[in-house]
Ligand binder design. Structure first.
Ligand code: HEM
Length: 147
């Protein structure tokens, strides 16, 4: 299970980097109006990385309940951060990415609007994900390591 925690932990940086690239790319190309193969690929790989995080996260979640939460402590900090806040915010963010991309990939939509959709949906997801990560400096003992 440790290897999955390490993978999930390290993947956060790739996920964040791809999200930042996708949002900056969407903002940068918004006025040009064209939605190119390059844009499609950036947004697709970002979504795939998020879905990998989701799958690993679901396995970690089950394991967390089984082997890490002491009896009766699931709703007490720091455990509640993982049993409730982390999973809830991440699933909302990943849903936003999935829906935003689906909308942006619709046929017949002007490039301008595609970039705008990505900027809005991926941008909001980026903010949510940033705040749902257990950064080491967080209080109440919820912070995990840097890697
Ligand atoms: C982009 C999405 C996500 C990011 C960036 C992310 C990031 C992280 C990070 C950095 C940790 C700390 C790892 C460590 O201890 O070093 C963590 C732990 C954890 N994450 Fe996520 N996560 C994401 C999505 C999810 C989702 C969707 C779930 C549940 C379905 C989930 C479940 C967990 C659990 C249960 C832990 C605790 C693992 C343990 O200590 O056993 N994560 N996550």
């Amino acid at each position: 299970m440790d290897i999955l925690v390490s993978a999930h932990s390290g993947l956060r940086y790739i996920a964040l980097l791809l999200l930042v690239i996708a949002v900056v790319n969407a903002i940068g190309n918004k006025t040009k109006g064209e939605y190119l193969k390059k844009d499609k690929m950036i947004n697709l790989f970002t979504m795939i990385t998020m879905h990998i995080q989701l799958l690993i996260g679901l396995v970690l979640y089950i394991n967390f309940w089984i082997s890490k939460v002491p009896a009766g402590a699931a709703m007490k900090m720091p455990f509640r951060f993982y049993t409730v806040e982390h999973i809830f915010m991440m699933i909302i963010a990943i849903a936003l990415i999935t829906i935003g991309r689906k909308k942006a990939e619709k046929e017949g939509l002007a490039g301008f609007n595609k970039h705008r959709l990505i900027r809005n949906f991926y941008g909001l997801a980026l903010i949510i994900i940033f705040f749902a990560i257990p950064w080491p400096f967080l209080r109440e003992g919820i912070g995990a390591g840097w890697f």
